[in-house]
Design a binder for this molecule. Structure first.
Ligand SMILES: Cc1cc2nc3c(=O)[nH]c(=O)nc-3n(C[C@H](O)[C@H](O)[C@H](O)COP(=O)(O)O)c2cc1C
Length: 142
């Protein structure tokens, strides 16, 4: 049974690109074995991630992310059973939110800034869908 989880969290050490690199490296090494796909979006102080895969695998990975000291204030935005993957091409795609333009942010939010903790999960997911459509996912992963 497939599920999709969307969560947001705050970076413990803001603007640390070595943290982004090590998380992506870990994800791309482990996710294929777990059958997990998705995308990881980051800005200086924020993570937004979609995890898709089997319910057990997604829940176990989410639990280890909550315990991971590199982020905090981890909040589930949505969790749903799905019939097919939306991010199947990515072992863990990567989006630098600093590169997303104001117009796109305004399309889905009240202001040209991303606040997934307060905005609707629907709007955040719609933005992520559009990032894929506009090729702003900069790396497909393995
Ligand atoms: C924001 C964030 C996203 C992460 N995403 C993944 C991921 O997609 N896959 C993964 O294997 N680890 C990911 N990690 C790392 C895990 O939290 C954890 O360090 C890793 O799975 C090893 O866990 P273990 O030491 O309990 O085996 C992420 C960590 C953070 C902070």
């Amino acid at each position: 049974m497939l599920v999709r989880l969307l969560y947001a969290s705050r970076a413990t050490t803001p603007a640390d690109t070595s943290v982004h690199d090590s998380i992506l490296e870990q994800s791309r090494a482990r996710n294929p074995k777990l059958g997990i796909t998705g995308i990881l979006c980051f800005s200086d102080n924020l993570f937004i991630q979609v995890l898709e895969g089997g319910r057990d695998e997604v829940c176990e990975l989410y639990n280890s992310i909550v315990r991971d000291g590199r982020n905090q204030h981890v909040r589930i935005l949505s969790f749903e059973e799905i019939s097919e993957r939306r991010f199947g091409g990515w072992t863990m795609g990567q989006v630098n939110l600093a590169k997303v333009n104001a117009e796109l942010l305004l399309k889905y939010g009240e202001r040209a800034e991303l606040n997934p903790f307060e905005g609707s999960a629907h709007a955040t997911m719609a933005l992520l869908d559009e990032l894929i459509a506009t090729s702003l996912v900069v790396s497909r992963g393995g």
